[in-house]
Write a protein that binds this ligand. Structure first.
Ligand SMILES: NC(=O)c1ccc[n+]([C@@H]2O[C@H](COP(=O)([O-])OP(=O)(O)OC[C@H]3O[C@@H](n4cnc5c(N)ncnc54)[C@H](O)[C@@H]3O)[C@@H](O)[C@H]2O)c1
Length: 319
């Protein structure tokens, strides 16, 4: 069995490879060639433990993720994770991997694939709302998909946005990274908007004019009481793309307007149907909501495992 650390993962795979693997996973959701129960949520107050098993591609992956939003106040990451990969034919455990790094890489890639298929080709400015771990990965993956000249960053904690922007600037040569004091300031110029916060209320304005003709990627909300996208945004488009059908019941972004009948299920379509051209979007305002799916972890972990075997990365361990 191989122990594959965060450093090993960053060494053996590129963001582009992970985006391509996630795109294949989105297509696999359409073909149905997988076994994946709804993930289990264990809630304790604001804290959540997620258990995410999946079978596909001759592999079994199980990811355990903790999301403890108040960890930031303790100087700790809000998300920890561990992923175990088993052989699908024998059940043999093949690898144990850093699940937080897999989550961050594949979540960035999910947003990147959203930008790949939904953002206008000449998009010049990106706004990232929520400058945490996912925000960084989403910004880096999005910048592989379009030639952004500017990245605006906004966080409820402005100091976070400033520190984040300085760090991100080192990784994004030739792109201006600017922390803004209000969402509206970033929205005025942004073509693509990514939300990656732990907010329980919409992080976007209710003013439709400010949101028209842009591409929105919602990442943060994953519980019925968490929300980033206002109903005003959902009304600007003919299709709300999701990564998985269970997004509709899992996140407040969709579950709340569905419950109040402001949104109907007919408008919600999996993004794989856009990629395989089974569905076309007409509205210039684009919305993609991701809650994260175990199948993305499996495709990413399998890629990492194969590349680790090829390059000799990872540490053999006996349990
Ligand atoms: N869709 C997915 O696949 C997926 C995967 C991983 C994490 N997530 C979710 O994404 C969210 C962010 O995760 P993270 O690991 O980056 O967390 P994080 O704690 O590292 O960062 C969250 C950031 O959001 C900011 N924030 C909170 N409320 C805000 C608001 N109202 N407006 C602006 N900024 C606000 C915080 O100050 C913080 O900087 C979490 O809710 C997490 O559960 C989703």
């Amino acid at each position: 069995m191989l122990a594959i650390s965060s450093e090993d993962i960053s060494r053996v795979v590129s963001r582009k490879e992970v985006a391509d693997a996630v795109e294949q996973a989105m297509l696999t959701i359409e073909s149905g060639d997988y076994i994946m129960p709804n993930r289990m949520h264990l809630h304790s107050g604001n804290d959540t433990m997620l258990i995410m098993p999946c079978i596909s591609k001759g592999m079994i992956s199980t990811k355990l993720v903790s999301v403890f939003p108040n960890n930031r106040d303790k100087g700790l990451p809000s998300l920890y994770g561990t992923l175990i990969l088993n052989d699908g034919k024998t059940g043999e455990p093949l690898a144990i991997m850093n699940g937080a790094t897999i989550t961050a890489l594949r979540t960035g890639a999910v947003g990147g694939v959203g930008v790949r298929h939904l953002a206008k080709k000449d998009a010049k400015a990106l706004l990232v709302i929520g400058t945490g771990v996912q925000g960084r990965n989403l910004a880096l993956s999005a910048c592989l998909e379009r030639k952004f000249q500017k990245v605006f960053t906004y966080d409820i904690n402005f100091e976070n946005a400033i520190t984040f922007s300085k760090e991100l600037q080192k990784e994004l040569m030739g792109i201006d990274v600017v922390a803004v004091k209000s969402v509206n300031q970033g929205l005025l110029e942004a073509d693509v908007v990514i939300t990656a916060t732990t907010s329980e209320t919409p992080v976007l304005p209710l003013d439709k004019k400010l949101m028209e003709n842009k591409c929105f990627i919602g990442i943060g909300s994953f519980k019925p009481n968490t929300r980033e996208l206002p109903e005003e945004l959902l009304s600007l488009t003919d299709t709300i793309f999701v990564d998985t059908p269970f997004a509709a019941s899992e996140c407040g972004d969709l579950a709340i307007p569905l419950a109040s009948k402001i949104l109907t299920n007919e408008k919600i379509v999996t993004i794989g149907k856009l990629i395989n051209k089974a569905h076309q979007v007409k509205s210039p305002t684009r919305v993609f909501k991701s809650v994260g799916v175990a199948l993305f972890d499996l495709f990413t972990a399998n890629l990492i495992y194969q590349k680790a075997l090829e390059s000799g990365a990872g540490k053999p361990i006996n349990l």
